[in-house]
Unconditional design. Structure first.
Length: 56
């Protein structure tokens, strides 16, 4: 199971810096997670101030 970033994202970038496999990048209106590369570690969810990363 991978994580995804929901509409609560405020584009702060905290999750991108925390991802151990670098599968998070800036999208058009929020950050996005490459689900094929996500290892479901939850590091992004642990640092997000608005709980935008969620398990799929």
């Amino acid at each position: 199971m991978a994580y995804y970033i929901n509409e609560n994202c405020i584009s702060c970038g905290a999750c991108e810096a925390e991802c151990p496999v670098s599968c998070i990048s800036a999208g058009e209106d929020r950050y996005v997670i490459d689900e094929d590369a996500c290892i479901d570690c939850g590091s992004c969810a642990n640092v997000c101030p608005v709980d935008a990363p969620q398990p799929k």
